[in-house]
Design a protein around this ligand. Sequence first.
Ligand code: HEM
Length: 228
Amino acid sequence: MAATRGLFGSSLARKYWMALTGLFLSSFLIIHLIGNMPILFGDQEAFNLYAAFMTSFPPIKAVSYLLYGSILLHAIDGIFLMRQNKVARPEAYVSYNGKANATWASRNMGLLGIFTLLFLIIHMRSFWYEMHFGHVPTMDIEGAQVKDLYTMTIEAFHQLWYVILYVVCMIMLGFHLSHGMSSAFQTLGLNHPKYTPAIEKAGRYFAWIMALGFAIIPAYVYLQHLTA
Ligand code: HEM
């Protein structure tokens, strides 16, 4: 019981799990962004094959369960830590000049995380749920019937409100990742006087490349639709 508490319950353990799951989720984002790139080139077959591969190839399916578990653990630990920080915050906090000591992102990680979680719920309802449980029309690719998620995605990005939602959520994701990356490395003890500034810079680049990459896709599809 005590061991279980140590593994999951202490705030240090929670921070470790947040760092590990956060880095794992970030690595998923790289694969997901590359997999979504065919949308920018209008490559329906490549996108549908990627989506089919991600949801049917057994080893990838197994990694998917790890992914869902990581999302849950990251969110639950984040909520616990957010509440703990609120309780532990001294009264004198009112006169504490947060701006001088921390970035806006670092002071609002909980809020940014909740935003990202809400985005994920909407996103997975739109695509993941439809892919697994909806009635998505299929198309023939080299003799195989593959779900046409491409057409579904393009149609979703023809709605302005949906595109704005994605772009706003990607800005939030960019801020969340830009602080999250350096925080994760620090938690895992990957600190070095010489390399830490470079690692932090790389983390910020990663965050904004991901945010921009994911935001460009709906914006591009919408603008293309407008000018067609
Ligand atoms: C332009 C932006 C995006 C598009 C077009 C897109 C598209 C899709 C599609 C079609 C699926 C279902 C098929 C599949 O599993 O690959 C999916 C699943 C998923 N997406 Fe996205 N996505 C985008 C951005 C994001 C972002 C920014 C995140 C995370 C913050 C995210 C997280 C996920 C997750 C966790 C799944 C479930 C994966 C699985 O079941 O293995 N997506 N996305």
